[in-house]
Design a protein around this ligand. Sequence first.
Ligand code: PEP
Ligand code: MG
Length: 580
Amino acid sequence: MQVLQGIAVSPGIAIGEALVVDTEGFILPQHRIAHSEVDAELARLDLAMEAVADDIGRDRESVAEQLGDEYAAIFSAHQQMMCDPHLRTRLEALIRENLCPPEVAVAKTLRGYARKFQQMDNAYLAERAHDLRDLEQRLLDYLMARQRPSLSKLTDPAIILAHDLTPSQTAKLDRHKVLGFVTEAGGEGGHTAILAKGLEIPAVVGVGQMLVNVVCGSHLIVDGDQGTVIIKPDAATLSSYQEKCEQHRSRSLRLQQLRDLPCETRDGTRIQLLANIEFPQEVPTCIERGAGGIGLYRTEFLYLGSDTEPTEETHYQAYREVLQAMQQRPVVIRTLDLGADKMGYASLVADEHNPFLGLRSIRLSLRNLDLFRTQLRAILRASPFGSARIMFPLVTTLLELRQAKLLLRETMEDLQDEGHSIPTDIPIGMMVEVPAAVMMIDHFLREVDFVSIGTNDLTQYTLAVDRSNKEVADLYHACDPAVIKLIDMTLKAARAANIPANVCGQMSGTPHLALLLLGLGLRGFSVPPAAIPEIKRICRSVTLDQCETVAAHVLEMESAREVDNYLQEQLRQLAPQTNT
Ligand code: PEP
Ligand code: MG
């Protein structure tokens, strides 16, 4: 049994078999081969080994020509490894005796060797681990004919293990087959983590190097509550986790009973509880959980889930589906928040050193007016089918807001000229997720109908911490006093201007932080659908007085850790969980 610790990003427990997607995006086969297939599989392995040896030979010659024999010697070492009879014998044993497909035999053997080299004190030998990894990739390239199967078409339920999953890979995961996922890279605020929550797949990210230690089919437990991954659990651990799964199930059944009760505090103040979605398919779950509407529809996933650029019709169909299904409940459609961090099939942006400070979001839309207009046309055309609101992301300057509103007005006029009847009173709002917007909030509030605080980005930009970088994940805290002060400023200003404000960042769906937000005066939460029942339970357990006292204490604190510990304790006291 081996226990790894990472960052818990999507709650729940998954128990199942590992499906390893290696760093190059391959999925290794899950099955065992039949006895009758052994000879054919060995022949396939030999062909791949010969082809790789030829490739290495060609690389060696070319490097020798360009850089000299000294550099070409690296490839001689690769060739020696490839032709080493021990390697062939070991691979044959795994295929013949354990009935492993050659891909698995190669991955298992070369990763095992790489691990041993890495553990050596000798720096030169430790470096050889890279060479082994390179050989493994080359062999897999041939064995798998360079095909990278799709994660959306798995045959059996599995837990995905990968170095990293891009948001677009995550978007395509088959939620019925993927029991959970674990990545070596990634951080709490990254979009992969947000998607995992949206898809309600237990997930742990940022566990560091692990792929060398796991092969396909290994038994695993993913504890998305604690951020723990247990490889090959022993019987006692397995049974204690099976029990936890049962507790999860009965807890969610209990919470379901709150569905039709109003979301209000114990002293009767109504709280608006909305849902964040990435796909129209999430709407039935939102309704089932009792969402009062959609507070954030992240439309960029229309781009990320597809291999081609969506047309106006594709946008229109998606928005219409959500608006109709929500039946006059508010639906906040956020315009594209695409950026280098979320780009899937095609980048509209050249290389950027700092994608989060680059051409993303509203900046990208204002630079690509055709793309922006296409989306605005679709939203406006769909708007008669429900109660649509439009929200612009990452607004930093008043000029950006004014340009976006101008384009919206022009698009509306174009559609009216074409004979479409479009409601003219669609509320227009903006995300407050950059400290500059908070500093200028009084001005912004004169020009919008509502604001929504994006604490994921607000935290990143306030603390100068990349939200998806595991190396600095320990510095990323939405409950840092600096972030809390900015939220407080925004809520106070919005109240004074009588403009509705909500929080749609992950913070509002985090139970102990929700307690603080209530105390700071927040009356509108937009949370992942899975978090709705728990946030409702908390609202119904507390009075505003209690929350205001908590918030007053927090505003005096000096560190994120102090705030976090205090709020966890207050949550235990004010809204204790029952296990029955
Ligand atoms: C945020 O930044 O808090 C937010 C809700 O937007 P996203 O996570 O999509 O950037
Ligand atoms: Mg954001």
